[in-house]
Design a protein around this ligand. Structure first.
Ligand code: ATP
Ligand code: MG
Ligand code: MG
Ligand code: MG
Length: 437
């Protein structure tokens, strides 16, 4: 029998069978007395292999080293000491690809961050990083399933664009056949244009931001999960965001991979309680001032209109220690397309979802749907409306009240996997000063 899936928890059912496995030598331990123990990794999981007698002789000369690719035949036997309760007792092996054997000398737990990032293509073979990458795949799939179960269609907006969404300071500019263009900061504006033909719509796309600040939650390229919904009110939007987060976490918990992969990460993950705590921006400012949370390193206190940046936002969220829907930000500090509150036109129908350990993971709002109001918003924000003609047209051809949000997949993973720094939940992070491997 060729075993296809080493992640299986049913390894005990294989006891007594002769099997074939192919994979990489994850660990290697020379036991002496003619015994060689391997942990074999095949991308799906791990199994302990024991080579004895002739098979263990001269193994180094036979090219069995860490990261060697190898094919092994043998019988499965019960062994309480093995990590999965069984081991493969090899009777034959064949080397498929040799390894230089230097793997363990390139980095270790004490290596600095740059060494680890320079060698991410090798680091990712480690069990923790593999588990994170697999959970990322499970989470992405869970988001998709959520949307399909709620009747959304998925689209693929362009990432080469000529409009900004989030302010000029974080734009990556590029030369597009002699014209100016940017890498997209968000697909939101494009999603809005699809509403009249597809209704509820979502995308999972990269967004790019030239972030000059170094925090543990900002990347230059991140995976953005965005959705737009027609005919909703602000209160509906808040419920939609709660539903997205809770239903997706439930799907992740239900994944057959969850127990094995989350063992070393965050096995205690739970669906947060609904409804989430709601907090007006002005009350968040008051909360910070009442609890000694400072605006900046100079120790200034907050005033209405101040941006709550990464550090104080995280301090506040950690103190409250549950997901928070932070709502109704002043229009002055928010993007041009956000609609105003009915009872106070200086405020926007906007929401950030904050979670402990990270802070903001979702930003959303109701969008201006009135033609005239949008024109005023361009002027108020000093934006030339010319390149936005297609966005404006939505308000000319059958407008509708609508709202939406963007969730950072990387930040979501940082939260549910309890990973300190965002760079550790992406395959090859892009940050200021790093564009390799
Ligand atoms: P922040 O305040 O942390 O800079 P933002 O308010 O600029 O975030 P939005 O424009 O609201 O972010 O984007 C929606 C979501 O996209 C954010 O809530 C976050 O999850 C994610 N996101 C934004 N910028 C980044 C980034 N540089 N790296 C990773 N994720 C990001
Ligand atoms: Mg930002
Ligand atoms: Mg923000
Ligand atoms: Mg935001």
């Amino acid at each position: 029998t060729e075993i296809q899936n080493l992640i299986s928890e049913k390894k005990k059912e294989w006891v007594g069978k002769r099997i074939k496995v192919r994979g990489w030598v994850h660990r290697l331990r020379d036991q002496g007395a003619g015994l060689l123990f391997l942990i074999l990794r095949d991308g799906t999981g791990y199994i302990q292999v024991v080579l004895a007698g002739k098979l263990a002789e001269n193994y180094d000369a036979l090219m069995i080293k860490t990261e060697t690719t190898i094919k092994i035949y043998g019988k499965i036997a019960e062994d309480q000491r093995a990590p999965s309760g069984v081991e493969l007792q090899a009777d034959y092996f064949k080397i498929i690809g040799t390894s230089s054997g230097e793997y363990e000398s390139i980095f270790n737990e004490k290596s600095n961050v740059d060494v680890m990032l320079d060698n991410k293509h090798l680091v990712l073979r480690g069990s923790r990083t593999s588990a994170i990458l697999k959970m990322r795949s499970v989470a992405t799939q869970s988001f998709r399933e959520h949307y399909f179960h709620r009747g959304y269609f998925e689209v693929t907006p362009p990432t080469l664009v000529q409009t900004q969404v989030e302010g000029g300071s974080t734009l990556f500019k590029l030369d597009y056949y002699g014209e100016d263009a940017f890498l997209t900061q968000s697909s939101q504006l494009y999603l809005e244009t699809v509403i009249p033909s597809l209704g509820n719509v979502f995308c999972i796309m990269p967004s790019y931001r030239a972030e000059k600040q170094k925090t543990r939650r900002h990347l230059s390229e991140f995976t953005h999960i965005e959705a737009e919904c027609p005919f909703i009110k602000f209160e509906d939007l808040l419920n939609i965001i709660e539903d997205l987060v809770c239903d997706t976490i439930q799907r992740i918990l239900d994944s057959p991979f969850f127990p094995t992969l989350m063992k070393e990460l965050n096995p205690d993950l739970k669906v947060p309680k609904r409804p989430f705590k709601r907090l007006d921006y002005k009350d968040a400012i008051k909360f910070c001032n009442d609890h000694g949370i400072k605006k900046d390193d100079e120790g200034n206190t907050f005033e209405i209109g101040d941006d709550i940046t990464e550090k104080p936002e995280r301090e506040m969220t950690d103190m409250i220690n549950e997901p928070i829907l932070l709502i109704k930000f002043p229009a002055k500090m928010k993007a041009f397309y956000m609609s105003r509150c009915k009872d106070d036109s200086t405020l926007t129908e906007s929401v950030d979802l904050l979670v402990p350990g990270v802070g903001e993971i979702v930003g959303g709002s109701m969008r201006i749907h009135d033609y005239k109001e949008l024109q005023d918003a361009y002027s108020a924000n000093d934006l030339d409306s010319t390149p936005y003609y297609w966005y404006t047209d939505q308000r000319k051809f059958g407008t509708s009240p609508h709202g939406g949000y963007g969730l950072g997949l990387d930040r979501f993973l940082q939260w549910i996997l309890k990973v300190d720094h965002i760079r550790d939940v992406v395959l090859y992070p892009r940050m200021m000063g790093r564009c390799k491997p």
